[in-house]
Each structure stands twice: as C-alpha cells, then as structure tokens.
Design a protein. Structure first.
Length: 178
C-alpha cells in the first residue's frame, strides 16, 4: 500500500498476503483526492471510512490534513494492518472501530464532514448502502458522501446525488446530505 501525497506521501507498507480486501487502485484514489482537494474538502475535516480494508483511503485523508478519521473494518487481518500502519506512523488522527458497518451506522459516535464507503461489490446489501449512510446520524446536512462501486450500479435516483466519476473499472458516486 502506498500513500500518494501529503505529509506521509510516498510511504509504502507491505500488505499481508492473506488480506481479503479489494484496495482502491492508486489511479482511482489519486483522481478522487484531486477532486476533493480542488473543492477544499479535506483540510481540518472529520472523516468516516466505511469498509476501510487496508486503510489506504483513511491514511490518504490523514496525510492530506483531515482533522480526524474513523476507519470501520470488521476483518481481523485488515484491522491489524491498519493498526500496524498507525503504529509505524505514530499518528493518533486515525481511530479504528473494529466491527460491522451496519451496526456502526445504527449508532454512530458522532457525525462527520465526509463519509467514504467502499463495500465489497458483491455485498448482499450493496444497493442500500448510500441511502443508509445518508439517513444515518453519521451524516448531517451538508455531509459529503462518496461510495465506490463498479459500473453496474447507478445511484443517480437517490436524493442528494451530485455526480458519478469513473476511473477505469472504479466508479465513485458523490452525494451531499440535504
């Protein structure tokens, strides 16, 4: 895993071979963060990363100046990896919640400025995820919600939808909670 830019830019971490996550490609991640930085969406913001996987998105937010990042990941291998990166960087801006995303959304600890979700594309509840996030207490009016998905998903009919961007096989749908 590579952190692309920011205070930890160019840092690399060896991902365990038995990890089950599908990390966001560097190409897609770099383009996503270019959009966010051009809209001044990161500096000083609180971020929630759902289905955090390797934590690459979380650490990119931390590296680029997010005030705090909460990463939610259930898988033990991925959770341990996120914590190992935290230990190596010595950065307390990231908090790991090890558990189920749906349980977390039902009782979030606070609300966030930005919420990113990268669920497994084959998750049985995949189609519900944008609405669940937007309706949860984790999102307040104005919260930016980004959901990563493949081309077979279309969320443009969900209230708050703003745009969809595609980078190779990776798609991002952007929402703003009304």
């Amino acid at each position: 895993m590579r952190i692309i830019r920011g205070k930890y830019g160019r840092r690399r971490f060896d991902v365990p071979k038995n990890i089950t996550a599908r990390p966001t490609t560097d190409f897609a991640r770099e383009n996503l963060f270019n959009i966010l930085e051009n809209q001044d969406e990161i500096e000083g913001k609180s971020v929630l990363d759902l289905f955090a996987g390797t934590g690459a998105i979380s650490w990119e937010f931390v590296s680029r100046g997010a005030r705090s990042v909460t990463a939610v990941e259930e898988a033990p291998v991925q959770s341990r990896f996120i914590l190992s990166v935290k230990e190596k960087l010595g950065d307390d801006s990231l908090e790991l919640f090890r558990g189920d995303v749906f349980r977390f959304l039902a009782r979030p600890r606070r609300d966030y400025d930005i919420i990113f979700a990268d669920p497994p594309y084959t998750h049985p509840r995949f189609a519900e995820i944008p609405s669940l996030i937007l309706e949860s207490q984790a999102a307040r009016p104005g919260t930016l919600v980004i959901v990563e998905h493949n081309a077979s998903h279309d969320f443009s009919d969900i209230p708050g939808f703003e745009q969809k961007r595609a980078y190779g096989s990776v798609n991002f749908s952007f929402f703003r909670k009304p």
